[in-house]
Write a protein that binds this ligand. Structure first.
Ligand code: ASP
Ligand code: MG
Length: 412
């Protein structure tokens, strides 16, 4: 891939900096890039290994309900450790390097602690350090509110830091170094024949990330799309070319494109069904309004045809939201008429994603046929222009993913 190189942003996840030896390897890799290109290099790192989880566990021993502000104060320390160590390792090898916290790097966020959004990046300090020839190591996952408090960007947020910095610095591209070789046609831990995808467009990556592929933070992809940042997802343990994520509307690309690019799954969903709902205007608005108020993300929604003035609605939420969702529905009893509801955590969602399906009819039918042949019952269906998702029994998820991956000819 030929790209003009001026500023490169390299991001390393927690598993790539899990111990001193790995930090050393990251330092070598960064130096190699610095030496072989004429570019300025900005490095973004996550906290070492499972540090963030360990800090969360620790907070639980002190308080059952720690305030979000203090949680961010605590969690942001993980990245502060890794930037300092990486900077030391790079300096030891004789290269100019400086570490910067989110605050020092000018990453300004809103004040939604634990899930803050980046408002702007004041790049002056980073640019100044780059101009002096230094490698700049920035803490991922954190920024500073306008009031000067530390806020974090949500779990996995270092990807977003890297992409946002790449956009703000007008970098040529942003490399996301991780513990896998790139984005795969499906989970390689589940399906042996999964293969690495060479190139994806932003919309495909967005659909893959939001339907279960864990390799990139969803917000990072949204950011990349909005600012047209070219992403290269690759392994930090080898030199293989990874997966490129970029805008592509060239005709030639479209012609070569497979109909289905990837198969994803999500076992972290629960299906809620509300029966005997009064079928009058405003009921859905009240129901989903109540979910929104509690910050519950609803994924799939199905409403059946009403009979005798009553309807049923099924929807899915994340497993961690089940308890709150139950409360929300119970509290609705006073304002919304319904006969009963049930919550079923034993479901999974399987999805097929591909920009090519826009111009190919019959993809949904093919998917349903593949599932039917495996005797898998479809409980809910949802679609976007480039994705089809089915909710099925959780115990069938592996069977479904394997069959779809094979059926759409994605196998190696
Ligand atoms: N350390 C944070 C987390 O584990 C951010 C990241 O890894 O991207 O969620
Ligand atoms: Mg992490």
């Amino acid at each position: 891939m030929k790209l003009k190189k001026e500023i490169i942003v390299m991001k390393f996840g927690g598993s790539s900096v899990a111990d001193a030896a790995k930090i050393e390897r990251v330092a070598e890799r960064v130096i190699r890039v610095k030496n072989t290109s004429s570019s300025s290099v900005v490095v973004v790192v996550s906290a070492m290994g499972d540090t963030t989880d360990e800090l969360i566990e620790l907070s639980g021993k002190v308080s059952e309900e720690p305030s979000r502000r203090e949680m961010d104060m605590l969690l942001s320390t993980g990245e502060q450790v890794s930037i300092a160590l990486l900077a030391m390792a790079i300096q030891k090898k004789g290269f100019g390097c400086i570490s910067l916290t989110g605050n020092q790097a000018g990453i300004i966020t809103d004040d939604v602690y634990s899930n803050a959004k980046i408002l702007t990046i004041v790049t002056g300090r980073v640019l100044k350090e780059l101009k002096s020839g230094k490698i700049v190591v920035v803490a991922g996952f954190q920024g500073v509110t306008q009031a000067g408090d530390i806020a974090t960007l949500g779990r996995g947020g270092s990807d977003t830091t890297a992409v946002a910095l790449a956009a703000a610095l007008n970098a040529d591209y942003c490399e996301i170094y991780t513990d896998v070789d790139g984005v795969y046609t499906t989970d390689p831990n589940m399906v042996e024949g999964a293969k690495k995808i060479v190139k994806l467009c932003y919309d495909e990556m967005l659909e893959l990330a939001s339907s279960g592929a864990k390799v990139l933070h969803l917000r990072a992809v949204e950011f990349a799309k909005k600012h047209n940042v070219v992403l290269h997802v690759r392994s930090s343990f080898n030199d293989n070319e990874g997966t490129w994520v970029m805008d592509d509307n060239k005709k030639t690309d479209r012609m070569e494109r497979p109909v289905v690019t990837g198969v994803t799954y999500d076992t972290n969903e629960a299906k809620i069904t509300i029966l005997g709902l009064e079928d009058i205007p405003g009921i859905a608005a009240r129901l989903f309004g109540a979910f929104a108020e509690e910050n519950i993300n609803v994924d799939l929604i199905v409403q059946n045809v009403s009979e005798g003035g009553v309807a049923a609605i099924s929807l899915t939420v994340k497993n961690e939201d089940i308890a709150v969702a139950r409360k929300v529905i119970e509290n609705l009893k006073s304002t919304v008429k319904f006969s009963s509801f049930n919550i079923d955590p034993d479901v999974a969602k399987v999805s097929i994603v591909g920009a090519g399906m826009q111009s190919h009819p019959g993809v949904a039918a093919a998917m349903f046929d593949i599932l039917a042949r495996e005797d898998i019952n479809i409980e809910m269906i949802s679609t976007s222009p480039i994705r089809i998702s089915c909710v099925i029994r959780k115990e069938k998820v592996k069977l479904a993913v394997k069959a779809l991956h094979k059926g759409f000819e994605l196998e190696k």
